[in-house]
Ligand binder design. Structure first.
Ligand code: COS
Length: 407
């Protein structure tokens, strides 16, 4: 990384507190010094990726950083400091996509337990997740229910004091290496967002199996899961029976902003690479950076990065004030991931042929960013969420004039 583009200046913005700068410096030093040889492999096998993730989770747990995304306290989401989660994801993503992944999935996978877990569930699962001793996964999507969560078909039928699950989940991050999965399933016969409940299902529970491992362009553990007569005791029900849809949305409200932060981290990494290239590559008797067409790209990239950072930390700060941030989190995710894709593409362009060489940093980033525009709510879903909220606010505003609001 070049020293001329300080990626921590935004920590002086009023969204932040002194503790955030301290945290960022600690995370930065840790991420820089961590040595996991498998992370250097540019075309890793599935086994290499699994092993790297396990080591990362353990290292993050040993360092105490997983406590940032796991609420060991009393069950209110306000205990999770969203700005700290975002700072961590931004820094980790700038160093390595899998470092960010390992951190984020411990948070997302256990997020619903942090929000509504009973004292017993919290003590059985959260401590180990925070210590990096158990790997967590969030199982919401299905083959025919990705963006449209309400179309979910996986069922959970209550039989006495147990629930029996039947169906499938897919695109489940950490699938195959997780020790437990937070699985969403519906009461047979229920419709749309009604009747969906959440369950904690341990790996190895009879009737549950990892049906298929899925390989993707930015490798990380991912799988399709199958449930056939999978019986779990009532004690594994998470939150209220039928409260699963809102619980999933509330979990996503916290972590969507952090996906935006990861996009920001990838963009910063691409920017650093592009700046180094622009300042050192000789062309037409000078450097690449002296060409105005390259300067135009650098200017656009710098604007995009600052715009994304503003959106990310506005949403994170609002969440930390205890506000509902459905709209702001969706805006941050949309802006930061879409613009990171463009920033990285521009960096590849600045590198020319070297930018598409397998194993170059910008080539890796080009693959790493793509999924962020799809997972935890595709860009199009964020647009629906934002537009619905804006339209609703406009209807409310029709009833209250601006002068009334300002009075
Ligand atoms: N927090 C709390 N409650 C929420 C909520 C949120 N963020 N979003 C929706 N709800 C509530 C609504 O208020 C509504 O409650 P009532 O029935 O009491 O009125 C209920 O949940 C249903 O909401 P809605 O009608 O908006 O649901 P839709 O079926 O129209 O779906 C979208 C809404 C598209 C936003 C939802 O399906 C979604 O987020 N999809 C993307 C899913 C996703 O991110 N998948 C990736 C999986 S993880 S990799």
């Amino acid at each position: 990384m070049t020293p001329d583009n300080d990626p921590l200046t935004h920590l002086d913005w009023p969204f932040m507190e002194p503790k955030h700068r301290l945290l960022a410096c600690e995370l930065e030093a840790w991420a820089r010094d961590l040595r996991i040889p498998q992370l250097e492999d540019h075309q890793p096998s599935r086994e290499t990726v699994d092993s790297a993730c396990r080591q990362l989770v353990k290292a993050l747990g040993d360092a105490g950083f997983l406590r940032l995304c796991v609420d060991l306290g009393g069950g209110s989401d306000s205990r999770l400091d969203t700005r700290s989660i975002c700072i961590a994801r931004e820094i980790f993503a700038r160093h390595h996509a899998l470092m960010d992944f390992a951190f984020a999935m411990q948070g997302l996978g256990s997020g619903a337990i942090s929000l509504v877990g009973t004292a017993l569930q919290r003590s059985l699962y959260l401590k180990d997740v925070a210590a990096g001793k158990r790997i967590a996964a969030f199982a919401l999507s299905e083959p025919d229910a990705g963006s449209d969560v309400g179309a979910m078909q996986c069922t959970a039928e209550r039989i006495g004091e147990s629930f029996v699950l039947n169906g499938e989940k897919t695109w489940i991050s950490n699938g195959g290496i997780a020790d437990f999965y937070v699985v969403f399933a519906r009461t047979p016969g229920s419709q749309r967002s009604n009747g969906i409940s959440a369950f904690i299902i341990d790996a190895g529970t009879p009737g549950f199996e990892v049906a298929e491992r899925i390989d993707v362009i930015s490798p990380h553990p991912l799988a399709r899961l199958s449930f056939k007569g999978c019986r779990v005791p009532e004690a594994q029900l998470l939150g209220e029976e039928g409260g699963g849809f809102k619980l999933a949305m509330q979990t996503l409200d916290i972590f969507r902003t952090s996906v935006a932060a990861a996009g920001l981290g990838f963009a910063r990494s691409a920017m650093n690479e592009a700046l180094y290239r622009a300042n050192t590559r000789k062309i037409f008797g000078s450097t690449l950076g002296s060409l105005q067409l390259v300067q135009s790209k650098i200017a656009q990239m710098a604007c995009s990065i600052d715009s994304s950072a503003l959106q990310v930390y506005r949403a994170a700060w609002l969440k930390d004030q205890g506000k509902r941030v459905t709209r702001e989190a969706a805006m941050a995710k949309l802006v930061a991931t879409e613009s990171a894709q463009i920033v990285i593409d521009q960096a590849v362009q600045i590198f020319g042929g070297e930018g598409v060489r397998v194993g170059s940093k910008v080539e890796q980033l080009y693959r790493d960013i793509r999924a962020l525009r799809i997972y935890e709510g595709a860009t199009e879903v964020q647009e629906v969420i934002i537009a619905t909220d804006v339209l609703r606010s406009a209807q409310r505003a029709n009833q209250a004039s601006v002068s009334e609001v300002c009075a």
